[in-house]
Ligand binder design. Structure first.
Ligand code: G3P
Length: 217
């Protein structure tokens, strides 16, 4: 399973990358705004910087909602770097644009996916990645993991090659469950990735080893 970090924060991207386990980055307009990135040129420069920092797929999201504008915006984003994956919302014109990008050799990540039906459409259009939002589904009282399982079953039965990218991760357990259920990728805040490191018995065990090591130092 690939690990992407879900942020536009450069120091967090650097920290995750230095761990040596990072396979890519996903961003969205909210994450860009959170970093105070303003204006078309600043956004494009920020994507360029991220591409230079991380050797892996970098999702850059369009903010257009009609077919022609999504295509024009996506072409410009894809031109920034060969690792850019154009992130397109699951709307009617979005599906149409994903198909256009597929036919024209531009890889896409279909975002804002909350149902198996939407995941089927994304795969039919040829998206490289489909992004079901686990945490937001959980927040609304449903089971995000059930959706991952359902999509994994459908894609296996149908032989779809679209990779399942479990997004909207809220905690380390989401990452573990996504791995169990066959997600190809998770995209997560740094905190949940680092949360995988933690176990009280590791801390207690290490403290004891270091204490005992003093006896023969
Ligand atoms: O980038 C898409 C997704 O991961 C957003 O997550 O935490 O805003 O629900 P969140």
């Amino acid at each position: 399973m690939k690990f992407f970090i879900d942020t536009a924060n450069l120091s967090q991207i650097k920290e995750a990358n230095e761990l040596g386990i990072l396979d890519g980055v996903t961003t969205n307009p909210s994450l860009m705004a959170k970093e105070g990135i303003k204006g078309h040129e600043a956004v494009f420069n920020h994507y360029k910087t991220i591409c230079e920092m991380v050797n892996g797929d970098i999702s850059a999201e369009v903010v257009s909602t009609d077919f022609q504008s999504i295509v024009e915006e996506g072409k410009k984003l894809a031109a920034i770097h060969s690792n850019i994956v154009v992130k397109v919302p699951m709307i009617k014109d979005g599906v149409k644009a994903i198909k256009w990008f597929t036919d024209n050799g531009i890889r896409t990540n279909c975002t804002l996916v909350f149902s198996a039906g939407q995941a089927i459409l994304a795969a039919k259009a040829g998206a490289a990645y489909v992004s079901p939002f686990i945490g937001r589904i959980d927040d609304s009282g449903w089971d995000g993991m059930q959706l991952i399982e359902q999509i994994a079953t459908i894609y296996a039965v149908q032989g779809y090659r679209t990779e399942i990218l479990a997004a909207s991760i809220r905690n380390p357990n989401h990452i573990i469950r996504a791995a169990e259920l066959g997600a190809d990728v998770i995209t997560s805040p740094l905190e949940s990735i680092l949360g995988l490191l933690k176990h009280p018995l590791t801390d207690i065990g290490l403290a004891k080893f270091l204490e005992d090591a003093k006896k023969f130092a």
